[in-house]
Design a protein around this ligand. Structure first.
Ligand code: AGP
Length: 616
């Protein structure tokens, strides 16, 4: 969850590295630092706090002109966010600087080993042990930084991306990765290393995806990749199809506002090109033969946070279409409950970043039990899709705001595509039935656009309720995970207590929470034919209203049954019940964003959170 940038080439390295860190600040921002390598000199600067603190410190100093450098923005795991704990960390002889993303799980024993040699850490971090170990190996490898890195990596356990420079050979930057992202940018007479392509796409779109347990050396002259034993490694070049502006705010005050507004396009892009000439569904990279998919007797979704809520929504649709039981599991709980998983289980790992360690470890556990894994991911080349048997990428584009919005809608769409694909392969659905559902899906971008055009009223409600101590969210069927998602958004953005419930659960306890004026957001399912679901939730609105709640009701245009019990109504366009989350979620995203803005919070980078949680 940290931002990593390395550069070697013909430009001022400090400028390139700082610019790259700005693009990666969402990955972690409780401290930042840079190191420049020159012949016989290593210059470093690092500061706790946001990147601006580092930039101010650099402006007050006199950095040397260097064309080789590395930089880091941190989300603390070992050791608090202090200047001393900020990266880079330097070897005891002052020659090697290292930055790191991940966790070195055996760092305590390595720290003891160093202490026995008289080398005591200056920081509380696990990273510093790597700096000292590489510094100690360097003389034993005739100054070959890549070999020193390989030797150290073979001793490390855990998840790590390491990037290092050495003042004795300032013409090379060396990186290594295990269970943590690292991509290479290849330019003319220059090269980049980064945890995310956003760091270098203004300079080059030619990139190389690194695999597990690989070490890379980048020089002006080119790139060399080996495994941890020094054997040449196969790599996959790819072209980054984002343009630089895609990672900017595009005229919005907040990345989150931009990404909420991008949802119609994100959904449309995720649907695009999924139907072949015969009208059959075609998915990316599905390396599981249909014969195996026909043998699947259970589906388990593993995910965290918002992605987990997307899995909960998908459960209703996939079970309905395929008649295969679907369990939706919090990834952090899954492997510790001795789950029943085997060769006939399909695990669907949903992850925007593709680096969430809880989800990665859950899917690895499932694979060890013989299950096949299909990843739904928004990040090409990330660890989770790379380790899966099949992948369905969402095409939401870069999601910079820590609070997930467009990724959520596209995760639902992608999971629906998987459900339809399975139904098609297993013969539960004929092509025309699949096509009919896809046609309904194809109409949702326009419906989301309609919602976006009418959300000003939601903003007014949010400002009115900004001082509420708590907000409840209730829903039924696919509206229940939408209620959970609305509550999560409010927690992570407005730092407010918020809780989502299945509306039918209220009478089993939570209704005791209702007091005069308490805001209760209700997600009302489609009244199509006055479904039982719809009538039940209208009763729930009456129950809470009778006890003094202030009801904010999200309902389909024309649903007059809710009007007598709603203090505020947010109308959404009519949708088939299973697709309603794609329109009903949007007002809840706007509600939370506006509430946080009214409270003066940093909406794009909420406190304590990081965009990608790569520790368990
Ligand atoms: C979403 O708003 C949160 N920031 C968080 O719950 C996130 O969804 C979760 O950490 C999973 O991330 P992933 O999709 O990258 O795996």
């Amino acid at each position: 969850m940290c931002g990593i940038v390395g550069y070697v080439g013909h430009r001022p390295a400090l400028d390139v590295v700082i610019a790259g860190l700005r693009r990666l600040e969402y990955r972690g921002y409780d401290s930042a630092g840079v190191a420049l390598a020159l012949p016989g000199e290593l210059w470093t600067e690092k500061r706790a706090g946001k990147l601006a603190n580092l930039e101010a410190a650099v402006a007050d100093s006199d950095p040397p002109p260097a064309t080789t450098g590395i930089g880091h923005t941190r989300w603390a795991t070992h050791g608090g966010p202090t200047d001393q704990n900020a990266h880079p960390h330097v070897s005891s002889d002052g020659a090697v600087a290292i930055i790191h993303n991940g966790i070195i799980e055996n760092f305590a024993e390595l720290r003891e080993e160093l202490a026995a040699l008289g080398i005591h850490l200056r920081s509380e971090t696990d990273t510093e042990v790597a700096a000292h170990l590489v510094g100690r190996e360097l003389p034993r490898c005739d100054g070959d930084l890549a070999e020193a890195m390989r030797r150290v990596c073979r001793r490390l356990n855990g998840a790590f991306t390491l990037v290092a420079v050495d003042s004795a050979r300032p013409d090379v930057v060396v990186g290594a990765r295990r269970n943590s992202p690292l991509v290479v940018g290849v330019g003319e007479g220059e090269a980049f290393l980064a945890s995310d392509v956003a760091a270098f796409i203004e300079f080059t779109r030619d990139a190389i995806e690194l695999g597990q347990d690989q070490v890379v050396e980048v020089r002006r002259s080119g790139v060399t990749v080996t495994d941890f034993d020094g054997q040449p490694a196969d790599v996959r070049p790819f072209t980054v199809d984002w343009d630089a502006s895609a990672a900017e705010k595009g005229g919005y005050d907040l990345f989150m506002l931009k990404e909420i507004a991008e949802q119609p396009k994100a959904v449309a892009d995720t649907l695009r090109g999924r139907i072949d000439r015969d009208g059959r569904l075609r998915l990316d990279d599905v390396r599981i033969p249909p014969s195996e998919l026909r043998e699947i007797d259970k589906i388990v979704v593993v995910a965290c946070g918002t992605a987990y809520h997307a899995g909960m929504v998908a459960k209703y649709a996939i079970e309905h279409w395929t008649r295969v039981p679907v369990e939706c599991e919090l990834a952090s709980e899954f492997r510790y409950r001795d789950p029943i998983v085997g060769p006939r289980t399909l695990v669907i790992a949903i992850s925007q970043s593709g680096e969430t360690m809880d989800t990665l470890m859950a899917m690895r556990y499932a694979r060890e039990q013989g299950a096949r894994v299909l990843a739904i991911c928004n990040t090409v080349g990330a660890t989770i899709p790379r380790e899966s048997d099949a992948v369905l990428y969402t095409y939401a584009g870069p999601e910079i705001a820590v609070a997930s919005t467009k990724a959520f809608l596209t995760q639902i769409v992608a999971a629906y595509l998987v459900g339809l694909y399975l139904a098609q392969v297993r013969g539960n659905k004929f092509g025309d039935e699949v096509r009919h559902i896809l046609d309904d899906l194809a109409e949702t971008p326009a419906k989301v656009d309609l919602v976006l055009d009418t959300v000003e009223g939601v903003r007014e409600i949010a400002r009115e309720l900004a001082d509420s101590p708590s907000v409840l969210f209730i829903g039924r069927h696919v509206g229940y995970p939408v209620a959970l998602e609305g509550a999560l958004k409010l927690k992570e953005l407005a730092y407010m207590h918020a809780e989502g419930f299945a509306a039918g659960e209220l009478k089993h306890g939570p209704i005791a929470l209702i007091e005069d004026g308490m805001p209760v957001v209700v997600v009302v399912p489609s009244p199509e034919g006055r479904s039982v679901l719809h009538d039940k939730i209208v009763s729930n609105i009456q129950e809470v209203r009778a006890r003094g709640a202030r009801t904010i009701v999200v309902a389909e245009e024309g649903d007059e049954a809710v009007i007598p019990y709603a203090d505020h109504i947010v109308w959404v366009p009519p949708c088939p019940t299973l697709l309603q989350p794609l329109v009903a979620t949007v007002p809840l995203q706007v509600f939370a964003c506006e509430m946080a803005t009214a409270k003066g919070h940093d909406v794009d980078q909420p406190r304590n959170l990081a965009k990608s949680v790569t520790v368990e």
